[in-house]
Every structure is written in C-alpha cells, then in structure tokens.
Design a protein around this ligand. Structure first.
Ligand SMILES: C[S@@+](CC[C@H](N)C(=O)[O-])C[C@H]1O[C@@H](n2cnc3c(N)ncnc32)[C@H](O)[C@@H]1O
Length: 268
C-alpha cells in the first residue's frame, strides 16, 4: 500500500485516535479473545500498537508477532511495547499480501480495522490463511460506517460521513466492510465463520462512551478527511462545517450515537 492510499494517514493526531479507539472499545471487542500459553499469534496490520498492547495483556503467555506495512508505525509500536513492558511481542514491517513467514507458522491470526483499507480483502485473507496452521483460527474485527445512527438527525452530518466512505472507496478501501465479513471469510476458504455484531451506544448518561467513542473515535475520524472532501468537491466548506457541527451535536445532553462493529472468528 502506498502511503497516500491510507485514508486516515500516519499523523500524530491519527495515532492518538487509534489509542482512544482501542482503549474505549477494549471490553466490547477484545474481552473474549484470549490466546493460550505458548500459542503463536500473528497480528496483521498492527498500526502503532494500540490493539497490540491490549492483546498482549489479555494473552500474556502467547507469542505475538505484529506486522504493519508502515515502517514508522512499526517503530512507534515497538517503542510503545517497550514502555508498556509486555515481553511477548515482536514486530516486523511486512505487507499482509506477502507475509514473510513459512506456511502453517501460526496458531492464530488477528486482524483489526485493516481489511477496510486493502483493495482485495479476499486475497489478503487467503495469504493470511497460508501462514495459519490447519485447525488454527482467524479473528477479524471491522466497523461499518453504514451502521451509524444518530440523533439529532442531520443530512449534513450524513453527507460528511458519506464523504469519508467515498474517499476511502476512491483509495481502494471499503468502510462498509463489517457487514461482509461472513461472505469474505467463506470466499477465502475459511471454515465455520461466526460473526458477532458489537454495538456501541452513547448518550449523555454514558459520558465515557460519548468522549471515547463518539467524539474521539468516530467524529475525529470523519473530521480527518476535511481537506480531501473539500478538494474533491464532495462537500463545500459550509456543508462540511455544518455536518461536523451536527455530528458534535450528537454528543450533547439529548444527543445519541449508535454504531455497530462486526467481530468474526473462523478456522482453517
Ligand atoms: C486503522 S489502522 C489499524 C491499526 C491497528 N490494527 C489498530 O486497530 O489500532 C490500519 C493499519 O493497516 C495497515 N495496513 C494497511 N494495508 C496493509 C497491508 N497491505 N499490509 C500491512 N498493513 C497494512 C496500515 O498501515 C495501518 O497501520
């Protein structure tokens, strides 16, 4: 993947967003992923290590190898793990289309928020399947921006979200991929795919979700494509600012935001 093909970019702000996202969603998305002692786990697309730290703590005796195509992200992830102290993780820079491992190396593969960014998710899954041992498991977690429901309703806010969906699609990604995990895993030849939808619901009675998810994860992600949306004329500056203001109105006293992630597990 070329650096410019990654819709969220590799900025400091985006790195912070990844940590807010991972920490806020930890219980909802990761609590039921625990790898047995001694098992070999490949985390594909680790970014700056936001999920890696949580996974390493949940499975302290598993041996985790985390890879990402971005050298800078891998360096940041390595530094983070050094400071957070889990000793069961190693990193390398690698493309998931071409994982530098022998076939049947890993007991488990873990992929979180990555397939939405690749042009050919089935090919990526098939390559990951080759390095997985027969009988091993793959876990895939993805969002789906089509699942965003919010109050107050707003056409401008819906248009702002659509800008992100369209920009990501132009770059070869698919931010509506969550709903497709079941057919994608089947197409890639995995057995017994099981998908569980995980819903985030935030209103002012749940301030941690409003801050951690609506404001710092979702709205921050949409705000990140402002320049591209205006440059590509997907929204004019006025529409864009109104859309973002309306997204922030969902974090107010009477605001509501609801979003569904999809977590899938399948076997080779
Ligand atoms: C949204 S980030 C998610 C990072 C991490 N999994 C997390 O949830 O914090 C997506 C990551 O996928 C990586 N990525 C995209 N295409 C890739 C590829 N072909 N091979 C390896 N990593 C890739 C990007 O560099 C980026 O770090």
């Amino acid at each position: 993947m070329k650096k410019d093909d990654y819709v969220h970019g590799y900025t400091e702000r985006e790195n912070c967003r990844l940590f807010d996202q991972a920490n806020t969603l930890n219980g909802l998305l990761h609590g039921d992923t625990v790898y047995p002692p001694g098992s070999a786990v490949l985390e594909a697309g680790c970014g700056v290590g936001a999920q890696t730290v949580l996974m390493a703590k949940n499975s302290p005796a598993a041996r985790i190898i985390s890879v990402d195509v971005s050298d800078a992200s891998v360096r940041a992830a390595r530094n983070l793990i050094r400071s957070e102290a889990p000793s069961n993780v190693a990193f390398c820079t690698a493309d998931i289309y071409d994982p530098p491992f022998q076939d049947e190396t890993f007991d488990h593969v873990f992929v979180c928020f990555v397939l939405e960014h690749v042009r050919d998710p089935v090919r990526a899954l098939i390559r990951l399947k080759s390095v997985l041992k027969t009988g091993g498991s793959i876990t895939v977690i993805e969002g789906d921006h089509g699942s965003a429901l919010f109050y107050p309703e707003s056409e401008d806010a819906t248009r702002a979200i659509r800008c992100l969906v369209d920009i990501q699609a132009d770059l070869g990604g698919n931010s509506l991929i969550g709903r497709q995990l079941f057919p994608l895993l089947k197409k890639a030849g995995f057995h017994r795919p099981e998908v569980s939808p995980r819903m985030v619901y935030a209103d002012s009675s749940r301030p941690d979700w409003v801050r951690g998810f609506t404001r710092n994860t979702f709205n921050a992600m949409v705000e990140g494509v402002r320049e591209q949306a205006i440059r590509k004329k997907l929204a004019d500056p006025g529409q864009w600012e109104r859309g973002i203001a309306d997204l922030h109105a969902t974090t107010g006293e009477d605001g509501v935001f609801c979003y569904t992630f999809f977590k899938a597990r399948a076997e080779k």
